[in-house]
Write a protein that binds this ligand. Structure first.
Ligand code: ADP
Ligand code: MG
Length: 360
């Protein structure tokens, strides 16, 4: 089911929770709403659900306008962070609840309910736990029951608000795979809220980045990461190194350091880059003369993280390099090398400039 959100806005007292928002979600898409706390994610989700009334704008599910349609008539499934299961009901009865609550004419027979519930429990690999009670399950298992329960009525749209927020990192990772998997298997459209960049980038077909009730960018994870539309998106999506200097004739200079920045407007500029966009070499190249000293070395998993200092830098840069590169360069603390940025990102009133440099 496609979802079309047009000019939806919301104000609570003096708080502008949502500026007019437009968002088109395709049938079967998995969309992540990502933003800091208070950016309006939950408000938007609740309006799509019909749990909250917008001040203006319209919502369509497919061709059908649902702006005034009651939550019960929207064919939606929910999973919330603290949408606790019914504690006095077995896992089976929790999942069956929505089916049993249907008006008699729509309600499946007991044996059909049984089949459907066991199918759902099979899907979330909890068949063996059907007779247990929520308190006898781990947090991750409880959220899997919540997922099964949300899917029992075959919703066209699944809405999730920080569904894995209360769980530890390893379980979150596992549940992400579950959600991905169920989404592909069942083909519903889903909209999920998170403030976790990694979660949004890993799960979503497209991510909607929000701040202060506004949409900052809507893009695939790859585009968001490579071509952030503005400074907010760039800074929110990962670690940032800063380079400030004077740009003239397509080159930025800062003390004894300089780097080619074709297309960047002359004047005082701040450019940003990610740790993985910092490469290292024994020699400078014509495009980049950025002498640095390795101040700290931290091996983390597949990479080595380096802290780089230089008197032309206000604060140290972080670089993440492969173990192979680390060994090839024979990096030790105190080693003097040259930084070679593969990309530099500038943001100003004119928009985003993402400069690629010829670094091998
Ligand atoms: P998020 O989910 O991104 O953390 P919310 O949508 O919950 O953000 O909140 C957006 C803004 O609206 C916040 O400033 C919040 O304090 C405010 N807000 C949300 N719900 C209410 C409410 N029921 N009454 C008053 N203000 C609210
Ligand atoms: Mg929220």
């Amino acid at each position: 089911m496609s979802i079309r959100i047009s000019q939806i806005d919301k104000t609570y007292g003096a708080t502008r929770a949502l500026e007019p928002i437009d968002l088109d979600i395709r049938d079967g898409e998995l969309i992540g709403l990502l933003g800091p706390s208070g950016s309006g994610k939950t408000t938007l989700l609740r309006i799509v659900a019909g749990l909250e009334q917008a001040d203006g704008g319209t919502i369509h599910f497919g061709e059908r306008e649902v702006t005034q349609v009651h939550v019960r008539e929207r064919r939606i499934g929910f999973v919330f962070q603290h949408y606790a299961l019914f504690r006095h009901m077995s896992v089976f009865e929790n999942v069956a609840f929505g089916l049993r609550a249907l008006p008699r004419r729509q309600r499946p027979s007991n044996s059909d309910i049984r089949t459907r519930v066991m199918q759902l429990l099979e899907m979330v690999r909890l068949s063996a736990f059907a007779e247990r009670f929520p308190a006898q399950l781990s947090g991750g298992q409880q959220q899997r029951v919540a997922l099964a329960r949300a899917l029992a009525l075959k919703p066209d749209v699944l809405l999730l608000d920080e569904p894995f927020g209360a769980l530890d990192a390893k379980v979150r990772q596992e549940l992400r795979r579950w959600l991905r998997h169920l989404h592909e298997e069942l083909g519903f459209t889903s909209l999920f809220v998170t403030h976790d960049q990694e979660e949004a980038l890993e799960l979503s077909d497209r991510v909607v980045v929000m701040s202060n009730g506004r949409v900052e960018q809507i893009a695939t994870p790859d585009t968001l990461y490579r071509e952030p539309a503005n400074r907010f998106v760039f800074e929110f999506l990962g670690e940032v190194n800063r380079l400030e200097g004077d740009v003239a004739n397509g080159r930025l200079t800062c003390g004894n350091a300089s780097v080619s920045v074709p297309g960047v407007e002359p004047g005082r500029r701040e450019l940003l880059l990610r740790p993985h966009e910092v490469h290292l070499a024994e020699h400078a190249i014509p495009a980049a003369h950025l002498p640095i000293t390795v101040a700290a070395i931290v091996p983390v998993g597949a990479e080595v993280r380096l802290e780089l200092e230089a008197d032309w830098l206000e604060e140290p840069w972080l670089a993440s390099v492969s173990h192979a590169e680390f060994e090839r360069l024979g990096i030790t603390r105190g080693r003097r090398l040259f930084a070679l940025p593969s990309r530099l990102h500038g943001f100003d009133a004119a928009g985003a400039q993402n400069v690629a440099l010829p670094v091998g």
